[in-house]
Every structure is written in C-alpha cells, then in structure tokens.
Design a protein around this ligand. Structure first.
Ligand SMILES: Nc1ncnc2c1ncn2[C@@H]1O[C@H](COP(=O)(O)OP(=O)(O)O)[C@@H](O)[C@H]1O
Ligand SMILES: [Mg+2]
Length: 269
C-alpha cells in the first residue's frame, strides 16, 4: 500500500460522504481534507455526526456513497482484514478511553503491541514505558483502571493509541467530562505529541478552549456537511453565521456547565 503522501496532499480525505441510520441522514455529502502533520479539529454540536465522521476514517463505519482516502489509499471498500494495517497507522482514542477494566495499565498499553507486533516481552515493556512517559504517567504500569482519575484514564487511552507509532491520531472528545486542569493537560499532551511524533491529529470536540489551543485548522460540521473550514485564527473571527452561532452557543453552555459533567452526560457521545 502507498504510505507516502507528497507534500500538500491530504493525509485523509473524505469525498462526498453520505451516511444514514434508518431515516436519519447524518452525513449528507461531506467533504473534508486533513493536511499532513497538522492538527485539524472538527467542531459540531451534539449529535451532528462528529463521531460518525471519525469512524469512517478507520473503516468502523461504511458510507452509503462517497470515498474515504487514508494515506493515499482508498479504504472505502476495504474488508476488516484489509483494514488491519490501516489501523496500525491511524489510531483512534475513543471518547470513553475504552480501557479494559480487568487489565493493568501495562496490559492495556501493551494490547495493540501484542496484537500487531511479534515482540519479546522486554521490548514490549520498553515501549509501554516510553508511551506512559509520553503521557506523563511514568511508573503507572501496575495500576488498575479503577484506581485512575478520569484524566488519567484518558491519558492511558492516549498511551495505548500511540503504542504502534501511528502516523495519524484521531481523538474523540478527548476532554469531555474532565475538570479544567485535566482539560488543559490533555490539550498540552495533544500538542506535544504532535510536535514530537510529527503525527497528524484529528480532534473531535464541542469545546472551544481545546479547539483553539490545539488546532491548526478547524472545520465546523453542520447539517451533515462541513459548513465552514479555515485556520484557527480565521475561525475565531469568522463572520460566517454558522460559526458565530456555534461559538455563541458553545460559550453559553460552557458558562452554564461546571466542566465536570460526566462522560456521555449532557453532550452524549
Ligand atoms: N450506530 C448507530 N446507529 C444508529 N444511529 C446512530 C449510530 N451512530 C450514530 N448514530 C446517530 O447519528 C447521529 C450522529 O451521531 P454522532 O456522530 O455520534 O454525533 P456526535 O456529533 O455527537 O459525535 C446521532 O443522531 C446518533 O444517534
Ligand atoms: Mg461523538
């Protein structure tokens, strides 16, 4: 498969994606290009289709029509088997962190390595140590998920997400449900991983602070399409009605909420 994408080519491209669940048309001809080596944030209200959009990027969902191109490869019609190598290059950090509760932190982070690499234990241990260090959890190997705070769980989820040294990391609502200090920490983590690993990041969120602290580019998802897209600086001052109304609405709910809402709570997944 082709992994080299020449400069200027998008690392992920969604072309005319349509996806419905029953009568509910969620994606209605969505186009999006994710530039290499940058952080792109998809903003959108609850239920607007952000997670659905992200899931298409690793073939967890298939569109009714349209194409999904990842690292120069059209994965739209890939079988599960064909998707395996794609998912080692593009990793997704799920909203819930999705840790295995009966496994230690070590085993959670080692999981993708055991699945995809034929490494001896000492090499796995070394890689787990590096990943935990990268997320600020050095020495946490023996903890169980139940012993972790929400912020730590998210960071273990990120450590697992970078274990295979992906080219692209997809983050689904990485700060939802966290207190402000942990929200900031996750934002910094996304930025530092992008710098150190030269990855391309796609962040899905409805949180403006995270959006504007990590993004190079911002795309606003509305009515099944990307309504507006631009640099973070452009979006901040955009006069586009969809942007103004989203920014105003998000501001209101940020002031109304405590930032401590539980995961899957007010904003759902
Ligand atoms: N597997 C599914 N089956 C049926 N409906 C779904 C499924 N996944 C998502 N949806 C619906 O699609 C819409 C968009 O969902 P989602 O992408 O999760 O929104 P969000 O922008 O909050 O992440 C929602 O109305 C949701 O109920
Ligand atoms: Mg979601």
């Amino acid at each position: 498969m082709s992994v080299e994408t020449p400069d200027g080519n998008p690392i992920i491209e969604l072309r005319g994606l349509r996806k419905a669940f029953g009568n509910h048309r969620v994606l209605r001809g969505l186009d999006l290009r994710v530039p290499a080596g940058k952080t792109l944030t998809i903003l959108g209200g609850s239920g607007s289709g952000k997670s659905v959009c992200l899931k298409h990027m690793i073939g967890l969902l298939k569109p009714e029509s349209g194409r999904v191109l990842v690292l120069g490869e059209d994965i739209t019609d890939h079988t599960e088997h064909q998707l395996v190598p794609v998912r080692t290059r593009v990793s997704m950090v799920f909203q819930s962190a999705a840790l295995f509760d009966s496994l230690t932190v070590y085993e959670n982070v080692a999981y993708p390595l055991r699945e995809h690499r034929d490494w001896k234990e000492s090499r796995i241990a070394e890689r787990v140590r590096e990943c935990l260090e990268a997320v600020g959890l050095a020495g946490g190997e023996r903890l169980m998920p139940a012993e972790l705070s929400g912020g730590m769980r998210k960071r273990v989820g990120v450590a697992r997400g970078i274990a295979l040294e992906p080219r692209v990391i997809l983050y689904d609502e990485p700060t939802t449900g966290l207190d402000p200090a942990n929200q900031r920490r996750i934002g910094e983590l996304i930025g530092s991983l992008q710098e150190r690993l030269q990855v391309t990041s796609v962040v899905v969120t409805h949180e403006l602070e995270l959006c504007f602290s990590v993004s190079d580019r911002v795309a606003l998802l509305k009515d099944g399409r990307i309504a507006v897209e631009g640099t973070a600086a452009e979006m901040k001052v955009s006069e586009h009605p969809a942007v103004r109304s989203f920014l105003a609405g998000a501001q209101d709910s940020a002031e109304a909420g405590s930032g401590e809402a539980s995961e899957g709570g007010r904003y759902g997944s």
